[in-house]
Design a protein around this ligand. Structure first.
Ligand code: PLP
Length: 463
């Protein structure tokens, strides 16, 4: 078969001069977005979600800015889904990757891997879990798979508790613990799963319950589910400290500590899914769990660690991580390339105290967005911690979800040079999560654009 007739190679496409994210002249724009979308639709699955009415290709990045394939420059307030953590084109990180790639990319875990061991030492020490051990994977999904395997093996139980409105990944086990029908395409799962109160729900006309009431309700619900729905010997409860895909919902501080006290009565393990909340993103803490006065048994991480390199994993109490009774390997997990890049990225994060920066810039953005909740009818709530800020968009009744408004805000913000994300059970929440190196000028610029766009959308009739 002559593939030349069916495949158009990128190198065949016409390059035109443009400007990259650093302002350097460069040949970019190998094809138009429309053409690339057409090719995407032909060969990629229909369920692979794309943003925007006219999806874009991002071809270069520097700092917190990216440039698309048609030469448009954007301030990036979503960082490739909270993954570009220290920024684009950070020389310390890029150089570490380049050096390691030139030396050795891969060996497999059958051999000692120096950067992987050093990365594990760092993460174990940072985890706050005494005597911690680490297992590396290539995605958050697989990290949660590993945590579930460890917890269910250690507890000899396949019963799992998860939170309503959660998201934990795209495999059978992780869609099985995802409490959001929009992201859970199959009911097949190796686990018997029961969902409990997540401690945060957009309030009804009576307003948000105070923290003590919300915590008491979550604890009551948990006790009720344990005695009515489970066989008692549950393996674990898994929770995102702030639900990411769920719309950056923020439960009251201390809620999961109260939940864990109930779990401890039954010997049920606590797994903190820190795929979005880890590495100081919440500003106040390095891990999201720290707002709740507990120490998790297992913690899963991904996204920001590699700044885009495929590195993720689970860290937990040594005896739990050691619980498997058969051999295992990870061909790619923690390989020399991703481990060297992640180490450089983590060093950069810590050396520049980006957690403190996330707190400062997050407050700056929140200060500008909070007043909009009282001023614009479309803004039901502004919430968040650090650089993890959610805006709940609502209809004229001030309560019903407004997903069309969220889609419209994304479009208008893009046209004005700002990329943001969305989420929530009904797709009506904006998600703001720039790289943690965001500057004050960029925070003001992005918040300003978003405020203007929200004001415009507030005046539109979106049916
Ligand atoms: C909280 C959480 N857990 C797990 C995952 C799955 O991670 P991945 O997409 O790397 O498989 C995600 C992805 O967005 C997530 O937000």
């Amino acid at each position: 078969m002559n593939l030349q007739h069916t495949v158009r190679w990128t190198s065949d496409c016409v390059a035109r001069p443009g400007t990259d994210a650093r302002g350097r002249r460069t040949p970019i724009a190998v094809t138009s977005h429309a053409d690339l979308l057409d090719r995407h639709r032909r060969v990629m699955p229909s369920w692979l979600a794309l943003y925007y009415d006219e999806p874009i290709e991002i071809v270069s990045g520097s700092g917190r800015h990216v440039v698309d394939g048609e030469g448009n420059r954007y301030l990036d307030f979503f960082g490739g889904i909270l993954t570009t953590m220290t920024g684009y084109d950070v020389p310390e990180v890029v150089d570490a990757i380049r050096t390691q790639a030139g030396r050795l990319i891969h060996t497999s875990t059958l051999y000692l891997i120096r950067p992987m061991i050093e990365l594990a030492e760092r993460i174990a020490a940072l985890s706050g879990i005494p005597g911690a051990k680490v297992f590396f994977t290539t995605s958050g999904t697989e990290a949660n798979e590993a945590a579930l395997l460890l917890a269910s093996t250690a507890r000899r139980s396949n019963q799992v508790l998860a939170l309503r409105n959660s998201y934990h990944g795209r495999s059978f086990a992780t869609v099985g613990i995802t409490g959001n029908r929009g992201w859970s395409a199959s009911s097949l799962t190796p686990f018997t799963v029961h969902y409990v109160d997540a401690g945060h729900r957009f309030p009804g006309p009576a307003g948000r319950p105070d923290a003590a009431t919300a915590i008491a309700a979550a604890v009551d619900d948990l006790r009720d589910v344990i005695v009515t729905a489970t066989a008692g010997d549950v393996a674990c409860l898994i929770a995102e400290p702030i639900q990411g895909v769920g719309g950056f919902t923020v439960p009251p501080d201390g809620l999961f500590g109260a939940v864990k006290e109930v779990l401890d009565e039954h010997g049920i393990l606590y797994v903190s899914d820190e795929v979005q909340t880890g590495w100081g993103r919440t500003g106040e803490h390095f891990w999201g769990y720290e707002a709740h006065g507990l120490t998790p048994d297992l913690l899963t991480f991904a996204k920001g660690l590699g700044n885009g390199l495929a590195v993720a994993g689970v860290v937990g109490r040594g005896e739990l991580v050691d619980a498997l009774t058969a051999n295992s390997i990870s061909t790619f997990g923690g390989n020399p390339l991703v481990a060297a890049g992640a180490l450089a990225n983590l060093r950069y994060l810590l050396d520049h105290d980006l957690q403190a920066n996330a707190l400062a810039q997050g407050r700056r953005i929140l200060d500008r967005l909070h007043p909009l909740a009282g001023k614009l009818g479309v803004v039901g709530e502004v919430r968040g911690k650090g650089l993890m800020i959610g805006v709940e968009l609502v209809g004229p009744d001030g309560r019903s979800p407004a997903p069309a408004a969220a889609g419209r805000v994304l479009e208008l913000a893009r046209r004005r040079g700002l990329l943001v994300g969305k989420g929530g059970l009904f797709g009506n929440c904006l998600r703001i999560a720039p790289p943690l190196s965001l500057t004050a000028v960029e925070a003001d610029e992005g918040a300003g654009i978003l405020g203007d766009v929200l004001a415009d959308v507030d005046g539109e009739d979106l049916g």
